[in-house]
Design a binder for this molecule. Structure first.
Ligand SMILES: CC(O)(O)NCCCCN
Ligand SMILES: [Zn+2]
Length: 658
């Protein structure tokens, strides 16, 4: 199934007709540079082009009032003076004779996207639209927005397709208060937003944008606000929030559909956001959402005002929706102190609503809301609108080309195991490097030499990922590590699922990081590079397992930044299919998708499900999970406490930073 792209140049045919410093950044070029970049990078042609349509009155009325709609309907016939007059009643937005038409197309594009995803005509897709939507409210335009495209699409999906739970992820750097107001009392819609806040001094300066707005009445817990109280946030800060807040909660919520308010003003270079995350981060944010809801993901453009980073970020997003391998994220530093404060506040505010956050720490000592009041007073004193001191132009390297190796997935299987289609057999003898074959001493040497050859072809980017059934996964793992580690650039992340002895020598050189999820205490080798995660109920407990995946494996993987991932299924691991497939999918975040899966020969039943994920299919959704049991939550928290001195991305509270 493919990726939809919805774009029409009609939506470029409105602009600001008078002087208004707050609105001049919202230009038609935003859309043209984004679409042209998709064309130039041969991404548009790989998408399924879906036509736009106008949202109907009744669709718009799913969110907006009749009075508001009737008022907006009059704008095409207004004089310039009338338009200016009409605009004055709203904040930071402008009207134009053609903006009503474009606003209907923007909302209609989001509905078209929902239709083709929900009818499974496509797996996922992106709508390149303007005007944006997430600030507009029941009876008000606001923040360049006229109709709330994503809120309308959410109501539409529930009404037309009976979707029970919708997750909205808003990665725009502004708070989508319009979306929050729409769903704050609705437990069927989980709204997550991070936004520049600076203790309520950044636009729209709303008290209800802070982390303690958790939703109302039945909706309590279903509204998650992550305020950024400083500018300059980087990829590490964004990934920390995904790993330690959004993903655990999103998986517990178990949505049937995911919508993204995709604003790219959270990228480096943007005049509004003033953040420092590079465009590649959106490839990862997109990927981390692609195994939710069976892959049903609708990405709708919101903001983004630096034409260079906007175009690059849109390309990173679409290329990931198409299933291409992700770029590596170089030298992640770990979250800054301010981000940790926000992280701790959000986790503590939602502790009572989500079992995955039950053990989150309480509010940081200097509760940052007091800072909010003090700063707001100071801000009131300084004359409003003083130019930002640092206006230096941000520069960043162009994101590297992400090309797909000729072979997406190759397998080394016993002759009696049928090879899943799409997966190339690596086995014809001419493939095997005779030098390697000679080096291997083992009764299984034929298989092992083919495994090594597979790894070599992954290193040469001829093959993206691989799967092998071997007679002893521990031997195979050791051979692979021995083959790779002499090369100084190699760093291998090994994720062992299940009990069994991992040879200690393979973690000695720091070129290998082993995380083992098992159900029996292994003597603690107390090495930074061997991390046993002991789960009471072992790998059979979905929630405990996934808690370890988000809270430990993902942060460690991002910080370690391996160039190969070994996913090893130890004998009798007891891990269930769906969890195994989720892990396989999530591990493709690392090493440009170079994942080698090792399984025992008798696990041939898992070859199909594993291969489908390695080939880019989404992992099936996990059932609506019961709470992780307390001991397992404790284990992960204790491990995080112990390890975070060495691994910064494991931090979730601000106390620990020195
Ligand atoms: C869509 C959006 O969130 O980027 N709009 C930002 C409006 C900023 C007004 N000062
Ligand atoms: Zn924005």
């Amino acid at each position: 199934m493919g990726t939809a792209l919805i774009y029409d140049e009609e939506m470029t045919k409105y602009k600001l007709l008078w002087v208004d410093p707050a609105c001049k950044i919202e230009t038609p070029e935003r859309l043209t540079v984004s679409y042209e970049a998709l064309v130039r990078n041969a991404l548009a042609e790989r998408c399924i082009s879906v036509p736009v349509r106008e949202a109907t009155n009744s669709e718009i009325l799913l969110v907006h009032s009749e009075e508001y709609l009737e008022a907006v309907k009059k704008t095409p016939y207004m004089t310039l003076e009338d338009l200016k007059e009409f605009t004055l009643q709203y904040g930071d937005v402008y009207f134009h004779p053609n903006i009503y038409h474009c606003a209907k197309l923007a909302a209609g594009s989001a509905l078209q996207l929902v239709d083709c995803v929900m009818t499974e005509r496509v797996r996922n897709g992106m709508a390149l639209v303007r005007p944006p939507g997430h600030h507009s409210q029941h009876s008000a335009a606001n923040g360049f927005c006229v109709f709330n495209n994503v809120a309308i699409a959410t109501r539409y999906a529930k009404q037309k397709y009976g979707v029970k739970r919708v997750l909205i992820v808003d990665w725009d750097i502004h708070h989508g208060q319009g979306v929050q107001y729409c769903f704050e009392d609705d437990p069927s819609v989980l709204y997550f937003s991070w936004h520049r806040y600076e203790h309520q001094t950044f636009w729209p300066q709303l008290r209800e944008s802070d982390y303690d707005s958790v939703g109302k009445e039945k909706g309590a817990g279903f509204n998650i606000n992550v305020p950024w109280n400083q500018v300059g946030m980087e990829s590490s800060d964004y990934l920390s929030v995904f790993c330690h807040v959004l993903l655990p909660v999103a998986y517990e919520f178990c949505p049937d559909l995911v919508l993204v308010c995709a604003g790219f003003d959270s990228a480096i270079g943007d005049p509004e956001g003033k953040m420092c995350a590079t465009p590649e981060i959106f490839a990862h944010l997109t990927h981390l959402l692609m195994n939710l809801a069976g892959g049903k993901l609708c990405v709708v453009l919101e903001g983004g005002y630096n034409l260079t980073s906007l175009a690059q970020s849109v390309c990173q997003t679409v290329q990931t929706l198409l299933g291409d391998p992700l770029p590596r994220l170089a030298n992640l530093s770990g979250p800054c102190r301010s981000a940790l404060e926000s992280l701790q506040c959000v986790r503590s505010a939602h502790r009572q609503y989500w079992s995955c956050l039950k053990h989150a720490a309480s509010l940081p000592p200097a509760d940052i809301s007091t800072k909010r009041i003090k700063l707001a007073e100071e801000e009131a004193k300084t004359e409003v609108g003083e130019e930002e001191k640092s206006t230096e132009e941000k520069v960043w390297p162009e994101p590297p080309k992400r090309f797909s190796p000729p072979v997406r997935c190759a397998s080394v299987l016993p002759d009696d195991v049928t090879r899943p289609d799409g997966c190339k057999r690596l086995g014809a003898d001419q493939d095997v490097n005779p030098l390697t074959a000679s080096k291997l001493k083992d009764d299984d040497c034929d298989t092992l030499s083919r495994v090594i050859t597979l790894v070599e072809k992954m290193e040469q980017n001829e093959i993206c990922s691989g799967l092998a059934l071997v007679c002893d996964v521990t031997v195979a793992m050791t051979q692979v590590v021995q083959h790779l580690t002499p090369d100084p650039v190699n760093r291998v992340l090994i994720v062992c699922v299940g009990n069994g002895k991992v040879p200690s020598h393979i973690t000695r050189d720091g070129k290998t990081l082993v995380v083992q999820i098992n159900s029996e205490e292994t003597e603690d080798q107390n090495s930074k590079y061997y991390i046993p995660v002991f789960l009471k109920k072992g790998c059979s407990d979905t929630s405990g397992f996934m808690h370890a995946v988000f809270g430990l494996i993902l942060p460690l993987g991002y910080e370690y930044d391996p160039n190969l991932v070994l996913l090893v299924r130890m004998p009798d691991s007891g891990v269930c299919d769906a969890v195994w497939q989720q892990l396989t999918g999530l591990l493709q975040s690392f090493a440009k998708g170079h994942t080698l899966v090792l399984m025992q020969e008798n696990e041939k039943a898992f070859v199909g499900p594993t291969t489908s994920v390695l080939l880019g299919d989404p992992a099936p959704p996990l059932e609506n999970r019961q709470a992780p049991n307390t001991e397992d939550l404790n284990v992960v928290e204790r491990l995080r406490d112990r390890l975070q001195v060495n691994w910064n991305l494991l931090q979730t509270t601000s106390e620990c930073t020195g």
